[in-house]
Write a protein that binds this ligand. Structure first.
Ligand SMILES: Cc1cc2nc3c(=O)[nH]c(=O)nc-3n(C[C@H](O)[C@H](O)[C@H](O)COP(=O)(O)OP(=O)(O)OC[C@H]3O[C@@H](n4cnc5c(N)ncnc54)[C@H](O)[C@@H]3O)c2cc1C
Ligand code: HEM
Length: 404
């Protein structure tokens, strides 16, 4: 609970802190990685550092949490904390590291805001930090326990048993634990981190949704090659996986995490709507495969937008899974339709001609502009915000706007 004295100081300084968060977080990461380079090698995603996305996500989460505490001193905004805790578990964050982050974050705040940070102001923000850290640490402890791993001990070697080209720029890898043991339990919609050694000898992590649960001890990820352009270079890990990873090779995977998954009871009968664009199809096929394995009778509506049928990864499999579910149907939108999908619609996803089932749980995944647009359409069609669950394929820069 945030004390009344601290609340007054946080309220008075929130505009100044929020206004300087970009500079504070830039300085924070720079000094922390200078002193603790091992965190950038093998923990933080350097693409997200270079693009500034992680900095903005951190700043947004702190401002969002402080704002929630001012509205209700006992607040623990669930959506915000849950997403971060799952991501932290997927990269192996441990509770002792919160002291390290605290040191560099508060050093950066003092440097950037100078004399405005009196000892009283620093103590008030300290309280905010440790309330947030405490909430995250307890959630992460539960996640590690639930996954059956030691805190931070998330890595396990797997072997690629099949590599399959899905489209010109998407490849699937089917994996099996290299130690011959059981695959960990994964919930439909969750993701794993992969940890790879880059050409310069450093290590990088990335997350990939489990795009199917092919049975037994097998798991599958489906990776799109990120091609650079005017805005940035080629994606380093996706390029490495495409160019280097072959059948028989090893790959380090984390235990599965992620708070966007199908958590209804197996005998649930309420409808499910799966909405995706591009490579955002991967958690959706994971959920669809799960429903098919359960022989679910739930009404399922799968909506997907892509550039063309040829670019639509897992398209044939999606048809197959939809065909195995008695009450499922799919609607596709393509910028460039083709004869392979004569019933598809042309252009961006437009739900105006689509009847949405009542009381559905909606899962949404794709590029942020797509998700913003479609979420607006869903809300306009009367779907309550609390029924829309979304996965962002990067640091969540959306949550602060939608935390309510
Ligand atoms: C929960 C979750 C699930 C995911 N599931 C999937 C999935 O199922 N399939 C899938 O394909 N992906 C998935 N992703 C995305 C995946 O984790 C990676 O982000 C993606 O593969 C790109 O990684 P990369 O290393 O190839 O690109 P990075 O090297 O990380 O680059 C990413 C972007 O940053 C830009 N960038 C890099 N450096 C700079 C720079 N210096 N200046 C400017 N811009 C720069 C690049 O141009 C590129 O556009 C998921 C992500 C999350 C968080
Ligand atoms: C109160 C303290 C902290 C806050 C508020 C915080 C906040 C965040 C946020 C908002 C994200 C992005 C989540 C997303 O994907 O949407 C994130 C990711 C991450 N955090 Fe934290 N974090 C904290 C502490 C820590 C600590 C102690 C560590 C360990 C050194 C850490 C390491 C990471 C890493 C490695 C990522 C993933 C980065 C990436 O993929 O680019 N965080 N954190």
């Amino acid at each position: 609970m945030l004390s009344a004295e601290s609340a007054a100081l946080v309220r008075a300084t929130l505009p100044a802190v929020a206004g300087a968060l970009d500079e504070i977080t830039t300085r924070f990461y720079a000094t922390m990685f200078h002193d603790r380079p091992e965190l950038l090698d093998g923990m933080f995603n350097r693409g997200n550092q270079a693009s500034g996305a992680q900095r903005r996500a951190l700043a947004g989460s702190i401002a969002g949490f402080a704002g929630a505490l001012l509205a209700d001193p006992g607040a623990r905004p669930d959506g915000l904390l849950s997403r971060i805790a799952h991501k932290h578990a997927a990269v192996g964050v441990t509770d002792d590291q919160y002291t390290v982050v605290h040191k560099y974050l508060f050093g950066a705040i003092a440097e950037v805001l100078g004399d405005a940070v009196t000892p009283e102001v620093a103590a008030a923000w300290d309280e905010v930090y440790w309330l947030m850290a405490g909430a995250l640490i307890s959630r992460e402890a539960l996640l590690y326990q639930d996954a059956g791993v030691q805190p931070g001990g998330i890595w396990r070697p797997w072997t690629v048993v099949e590599r399959r080209t899905e489209t010109p720029d998407v490849v699937s890898f089917v994996l099996r634990p290299a130690d011959g043991g059981r695959a960990p339990r994964a919930r439909a919609g969750q993701y794993v981190s992969v940890r790879v050694r880059m050409a310069d000898g450093t290590h990088q992590l990335r997350q990939y949704s489990l795009s199917s649960n092919p049975g037994g001890e097998l798991r599958r990820i489906t990776v799109k090659r990120v091609t650079g352009g005017a805005d940035g270079p080629d994606g380093e890990v996706s390029t490495l996986l495409h160019d280097r990873l072959r059948e028989g090779d090893g790959l380090l995977l984390s235990a599965p995490f992620g708070d966007v998954f199908l958590d209804d009871p197996v005998d649930a009968t309420t409808p499910v709507v799966l909405v995706s664009a591009g490579i955002g199809c991967t958690p959706m096929t994971g959920i669809l495969a799960h429903l098919a394995a359960l022989r679910s009778i739930r009404p399922v509506l799968l909506l997907h937008a892509d550039r063309s049928p040829g670019d639509h990864a897992l398209r044939a499999e999606t048809h197959d899974l939809v065909g195995r579910l008695p009450s499922a149907r799919a609607v596709f939108w393509y910028d460039r339709p083709g004869p392979e999908e004569p019933d598809a619609r042309t252009g961006p996803m437009d739900l105006s001609g689509t009847e949405l089932p009542d009381d559905a749980t909606v899962f949404l995944c794709g590029p942020l502009p797509f998700m913003r647009e479609v979420r607006g359409q869903l809300l306009g069609a009367g779907v309550p915000a609390r029924r829309i669950r979304y996965e962002v394929f990067g640091p969540d820069l959306w949550l602060p706007d939608t935390a309510a």
